[in-house]
Design a protein around this ligand. Structure first.
Ligand code: GLC
Length: 740
């Protein structure tokens, strides 16, 4: 439709039709679909059958045939035959599940995330979905928060690169194209700053910190063309984001230029009453509309209250028209007026879902996402070795995430399956040794099945024997691959925890196995950065595998056997203990920084723990070895109009081909506001054969040096800068320059 036709349609719509375009309901209001997902609290909506018949969009249902039927029935009933929008949480894959976003961030390869998003869009659109509630781009600094798994980590620049890449992958150049969907940047804004890492908790950050750290990734996704933004549950400067006019009208719409659809998070409009910022549903509806929220996800606030507000003259109907028009424009951008089914097609589902090409990319992405944290030369394993695969994750196929809501866990490749496939002639043994969690562990409120009885029947039957068998297998082996971690439902929404150590039963297994065989390589499956102090001291190797997705087993064995070489780097700091949290690399100096190793009393430190983390942001090893020359600069000074180039010679001094993520960090030594001790301003993946050397260069210009100055403006300030280039945020390989 032309824009003029959209305006004519809008003019012809009744007030009730307009208001119900702003209502989003779950698919079960319209019929059974292939997968009906619950992602929020149940509540009495107080809506009418007419509201249901006129609602503008649907979430959490999928399947081409089912959604085509729902669309046809709905449009037949609708007075103007306006098509429904179908939306779904496709966070890291539809049925081919890619590594969890925290893992994708560890790849430091936005391009592979773009390709993964494109595959997800292809599968999702074939299933009839038009909009995905992805990417989540919240900056995170507190590993207690369960949703760190959904983010790409603690750095604004890294998050921004991944946000843009995923939007490009989902939407392509035109979301109307076959195989493309509309992306949704979420959660706007600052949700990752929840105090104490407690889910849905208050966010208290200065506006300066908010703009410097939390906002860039949302803006990057919007500049990449995101068609939708979702509000966050939290307060921002003591006003719930969902009704926060400064956040939504000024920062999102005016400053960032976002003119797409703004959708509330699940029940977030009504929840402003619980926040104590709205007195009732009517007040909540009023404030959310004033803030420019276009779609009310799963409450009756808009449907039940907006007509009253218009009729009593509290709000002009034009304010509703603004939102309705943005929704109609999105439907038009997707081509739904001409093709209401868009790409929904059972034949396409059969052709694309889990096809070999998609699985191959998932395997490639998972291998690139794993981070080698330690390796005392026990990895890679050799086919001639006797290998004992031990632990609760050797057969567990729940290696996606709690947000893989359209995935089928049984599609995943387990460690045992991959080991047998990739090491067909090797002498392998497999023992569970213990379970993931105690048998009586309950996931309160979760609907997902508990497969512990299936996975660990042998352990439950005879725990002592299970442990003894594992110890015997370890004793007889040349090397042990010990597969430990979190249960996948321990990470994701509503899973904050105050203790991030591995369960005692798993550490008991580690100690028992380590006692009889020093060559223990631990493979970790987790979404939270866990406390790994004891493992870091006593394991011979640690491979951080995160939640690797459908092809996890294959990818991990590709790495364990050396078919592929680990290249991932940590996108989030791993603390030594809970007391260090929050701990992140791009922190401020303080007036009494702890420097050097001399014992100092009056400095910023703990008396019982070092300031440094166990593993820093940007850290990760390879089977190869890399050396860096000193940083050289094309000039030791620049103006805001020109640029300089910083370079190193990177050499593979190891015995095998490897990929290094070369990272550029910059510090503004003195400015009108304090600046981080260093910030990531560039990275690139370099693959070198043994002995090969390559010059790696980064351009430094005003873009890399600008910040939100004390007067509120954005730009540079002259003065001294430090620059480092290395393999992690802890690199000391640096020099300096002056901005004149
Ligand atoms: C959930 C999540 C959000 C998700 C939405 C719809 O509560 O916060 O990320 O997209 O509801 O399922």
């Amino acid at each position: 439709m032309t824009d003029q036709e959209l305006h004519l349609l809008l003019e012809d719509m009744s007030l009730q039709e307009k208001i119900d375009q702003l209502l989003q309901l779950t698919a079960d209001f319209y019929g059974k679909t292939d997968r009906d997902v619950v992602t929020g609290p149940a509540s009495e909506l107080g809506i009418s059958m007419e509201d249901i018949d006129l609602a503008g969009s649907v979430l959490n249902g999928t399947g081409a045939k089912a959604l085509m039927q729902i669309q046809d029935a709905y449009m037949d009933r609708h007075p103007h035959h306006i098509p429904l929008l179908f939306m779904m949480d496709v966070i890291h894959g539809y049925r081919t599940i890619f590594p969890a976003p925290i893992a994708q961030g560890a790849s430091f390869d936005p391009e592979i995330s773009k390709r993964a998003a494109s595959v997800a869009a292809r599968e999702t659109s074939a299933a009839g979905i038009h909009v995905v509630f992805s990417p989540m781009v919240d900056l995170v600094r507190d590993p207690r928060w369960g949703r760190v798994m959904e983010s790409t980590g603690e750095d604004p620049y890294l998050n921004s690169r991944f946000a843009a890449a995923q939007i490009h992958g989902f939407q392509g150049d035109d979301m109307k194209e076959d195989g493309k969907v509309c992306g949704c940047i979420k959660h706007f804004a600052g949700y990752g700053g929840a105090e104490a890492g407690r889910e849905y908790n208050t966010v208290q950050v200065s506006e300066h910190t908010f703009r410097e750290y939390y906002l860039p990734s949302y803006e990057a996704g919007i500049k990449a063309g995101a068609g939708m933004v979702m509000t966050s549950f939290n307060t921002v400067n003591d006003i719930p984001a969902t009704i926060n006019q400064k956040l939504m009208r000024q920062m999102l719409r005016e400053e960032m230029g976002f003119d797409g659809v703004l959708i509330s998070d699940y029940a977030a409009i009504l929840e402003t009453v619980a926040h104590g910022a709205s007195s009732d549903k009517k007040d909540a509806a009023h404030k959310a509309l004033l803030a420019g929220v276009d779609i009310d996800m799963m409450t009756g606030c808009y449907a039940g209250e907006l007509a009253k507000l218009v009729k009593e003259g509290t709000i002009p109907e034009s304010l509703i028209d603004e939102s309705v028009l943005r929704i109609l424009q999105l439907k038009n951008q997707l081509g739904l007026f001409e093709h209401p089914h868009k790409d929904a097609d059972p034949e396409k589902e059969a052709r694309y879902i889990l096809c070999p090409e998609h699985r191959a990319l998932a395997r490639e992405a998972a291998a690139a996402s794993c981070v080698l944290l330690k390796n005392d030369k026990v990895l890679p394993i050799r086919p001639s070795q006797k290998v004992a695969f031990i632990g609760p994750y050797i057969d567990n196929y729940e290696i996606c995430s709690s947000w893989a809501v359209t995935g089928h866990p049984e599609d995943s490749v387990t460690i045992r399956q991959a080991a047998k496939e990739l090491l067909p002639d090797s002498d392998l043994t497999f023992c569970h040794g213990t379970t993931l969690l105690p048998r009586d562990h309950v996931f309160a409120g979760f609907a997902e099945p508990n497969r512990a009885e299936e996975f660990y029947a042998d352990v439950f039957a005879d725990p002592e024997k299970a442990l003894a068998d594992a110890v015997a297998a370890a004793k007889a082996a040349d090397v042990v691959i010990l597969c430990l971690g979190e249960h996948y439902l321990q990470t994701g929404e509503a899973t904050s925890r105050t203790e991030l150590s591995l369960p005692e039963n798993q550490m008991e297994l580690f100690c028992a196995v380590k006692t009889v065989n020093p060559n223990v390589a631990v493979v970790l499956f987790n979404g939270h950065p866990l406390l790994l102090d004891e493992l870091s001291r006593n394991a011979a190797a640690i491979l951080q595998a995160w939640l690797p997705g459908t092809e996890g087993g294959h990818a991990i064995l590709d790495l364990l056997t050396g078919t592929k070489n680990p290249s991932g780097k940590l996108p989030m700091t791993f603390p030594r203990n809970m007391g260090q949290i929050p701990i992140y690399y791009n922190h401020f100096s303080t007036g009494r920084p702890l420097t050097g190793t001399d014992p100092q009393r009056f400095v910023s430190k703990y008396t019982d723990t070092p300031n440094t983390p166990l593993f820093p942001f940007g850290y990760g090893l390879s089977y190869a070895e890399f050396s860096y020359s000193d940083v050289s600069l094309s000039s030791d000074s620049l103006t805001s109009e020109d640029s300089i180039t910083a370079s190193v010679q990177l050499k593979n001094t190891g015995a095998c081909t490897g990929t290094e993520v070369v990272q550029l960090y910059i510090q503004d030594v003195a400015a009108s506001t304090v600046r981080p001790v260093r910030e990531l301003k560039g990275f690139t993946r370099i693959t070198l054969t043994p002995g090969e050397t390559q010059t790696v260069s980064f351009r430094i210009s005003e873009a890399e040096l600008s910040f939100h100055r004390a007067d509120g403006s954005y730009g540079t300030e002259p003065g001294a800068f430090r620059v480092w280039i290395g393999g992690s945020s802890a690199t000391e390989n640096g020099t300096g320059f002056t901005l004149r």
